[in-house]
Design a binder for this molecule. Structure first.
Ligand SMILES: Nc1nc2c(c(=O)[nH]1)N[C@H]1C(S)=C(S)[C@@H](COP(=O)(O)O)O[C@H]1N2
Ligand SMILES: [Mo]
Length: 535
């Protein structure tokens, strides 16, 4: 913490009241006639005031209004305001670390504003404090806009702003010109260190409270799942077991995670319910206990994010346990002109799914389990949607609490509002996983990967090395048409540089297009191509 640095020199300077020592960028205030603090001191004061405010604000939120964390709220608004290209950029730069990158970015902006507030306060008393206080107002406004804002949504950011305001005032007190110096260097150093420490300790305790209060995690771990009425069997030949090849069933801990939730929603299943309403004859509400009492079916389904690049790994395959959405819609009786179901999550995310994908014979389910366990919190506990064949943004709502039967021309969903296509069928794709690294030993090698087009299925994969012929790869047994399939091809690797590409053919006879498309607005396309050097 930069505020601590001057502490090293503090003993020598302690109590020094001699004049004329303050050059503009020293941290000690200029002594003598002027009461204007040095720039360095002003910047440090602004920085630590913001650190103190932010940390104490987070602590307050952790104690009594966790859904109104100043950081979480401002970050949530930033996520919602970000246009589609910004999401693309964030994912391509930071991958699934995009959330941490955003939080670091917000922290840097806050610190910069804090330093600027210090500079302003140095010349115009109260103006810098007003800027720091305004940050608190920004937090309050952000918290107010959040779905499920708690009653005390305003309190943590108010406290944050007030702490920052007071801290800046204490660190940069103004005296009438000529009345003497500001706080001694020692007092300033101690004050800054104390403010910074209060903020950092507050933030640390807040994060401790948050993870300690994962009561819902304990509830999740204690859930006992009912047996499935139909099971999804993974045939022995589905897993080729090749080193470096994605396993046919993705372990939960390796499953990609994409969502707009900066803070993972924590929903106690005892208080969860799902409401089906809108263009229906009967409104239907179902509780967790009622859902678990229904005959639950297992199905293996591959999920893919529309943001997945050619060759990317925002795609995974799991065995889900759940209840067909079709059956619940049947109880609700949608009107004949409804063509979309707008699902809504606890935290306000929405997805618009074509109603036929939820009422035809595919395994579109309200899932309660993933690979034999209750859903992990970050994958939607207690209940999410899984719909074979559609990208996640139009179908896979996590923490789902509402299904509104409606029409595409009447309602829009979270990502369609941001320029992505209304309908998002998953494109036919194939990926090379092996060779895994650029350098390959000469001799007998294997080329292997996965290919998918959920709900349609994969009939074949071909591989081309350099300008050679397209050769058919051997397909592993498919679990179902809703899952990806592994493939492999032996390769006699000759020394030199080589280009390897692959393309799939779907069970419907479509050949994967070579045409390159970026993820926006309806998913990437093109042949995955890698370069290797055989030596
Ligand atoms: N509540 C909620 N559900 C959501 C999202 C979201 O942002 N919020 N993102 C969707 C997107 S874009 C994808 S690709 C999938 C990813 O699911 P996963 O994180 O379990 O892999 O969740 C979908 N469901
Ligand atoms: Mo996604």
């Amino acid at each position: 913490m930069s505020g601590n640095e001057p502490g090293v020199q503090a003993p020598q300077d302690a109590g020094d009241t001699s004049g004329g020592r303050g050059s503009a960028d020293r941290l000690d205030a200029p002594r003598g006639a002027s009461s204007v603090p040095s720039r360095g001191r002003a910047a440090v004061a602004g920085l630590v005031a913001v650190v103190a405010g932010a940390g104490i604000g987070e602590l307050a939120a952790a104690i009594f209004a966790s859904a109104a964390s100043p950081f979480g709220s401002i970050g949530g608004v930033a996520v919602d305001l970000a246009p589609a290209w910004a999401k693309e950029l964030a994912i391509s730069l930071f991958y699934t670390n995009d959330k941490n990158a955003l939080l670091v970015g917000i922290a840097l902006v806050l610190l910069a504003v804090g330093a600027a507030a210090g500079f302003v306060e140095r010349r115009v008393p109260y103006a810098g404090r007003a800027i720091v206080g305004a940050l608190g107002l920004v937090g309050i406004a952000a918290a107010w806009t959040r779905e499920n804002a708690p009653e005390l949504f305003w309190a943590p950011s108010l406290i944050a702003g007030a702490v920052g305001f007071v801290a800046l005032g204490l660190l940069l007190p103004r005296r009438a010109a000529g009345s003497g110096e500001g706080p001694s260097r020692r007092a300033f150093v101690i004050g800054s260190a104390a403010a910074a420490a209060a903020g950092l300790v507050g933030a640390a305790v807040a994060s401790g409270i948050r993870s300690g209060a994962r009561a819902v995690q304990a509830v999740r771990d204690a859930v006992s799942l009912p047996a499935a009425t139909t099971t999804a069997d993974v045939p022995a030949g589905a897993e080729l077991g090749i080193d470096g090849l994605a396993p046919v069933v993705t372990p939960n801990s390796d499953f990609y995670r994409i969502d707009t939730a900066l803070v993972v929603p924590e929903i106690d299943p005892a208080s969860w319910s799902l409401r089906i309403h809108g263009l229906v004859e009967n409104e239907v509400t179902i509780t967790w206990d009622e859902l678990l009492a229904l005959p639950l079916e297992e199905s293996a389904v591959t999920l893919s994010c529309v943001s997945n690049q050619v060759g990317g790994d925002l795609v995974g395959n799991a065995v889900w346990l759940g209840y067909p959405i079709r059956e619940l819609l049947r109880r609700a009786v949608p009107s004949a002109d409804a063509d979309m179901v707008l699902s809504r999550s606890h935290d306000g995310f929405t997805a618009g799914t074509p109603i036929e994908a939820l009422t035809d014979d595919r395994d579109a389910i309200l899932a309660v389990a993933m690979n034999g366990e209750p859903l992990p919190l970050e994958h939607g506990f207690p209940v999410r949607m899984v719909v074979p064949g559609l990208y996640g943004y139009v179908s896979a709502t996590k923490w789902v609490t509402e299904l509104e039967v409606t029409r595409f021309d009447a309602d829009r969903a979270y990502w369609t509002d941001r320029g992505w296509d209304e309908r998002g069928p998953i494109k036919l794709q194939s990926r090379i996983d092996v060779p895994h690294s650029r350098d390959v030993d000469a001799g007998e090698q294997v080329i292997a990967g996965v290919a998918w087009q959920p709900h349609t299925g994969v009939a074949g994969v071909e591989v081309q090395v350099d300008d050679g012929p397209w050769r058919p790869a051997a397909l592993a047994s498919a679990i179902s048409q809703d899952t990806w399939v592994q493939w492999s091809l032996p390769w006699d690797a000759r020394p030199g540089d080589h280009v390897i590409r692959c393309r799939a053919t779907s069970a419907a006879g479509e050949r994967q297009t070579s045409e390159l498309a970026a993820p926006a607005p309806n998913g990437a396309s093109g042949w995955h191509t890698i370069e290797v050097s055989v030596g």
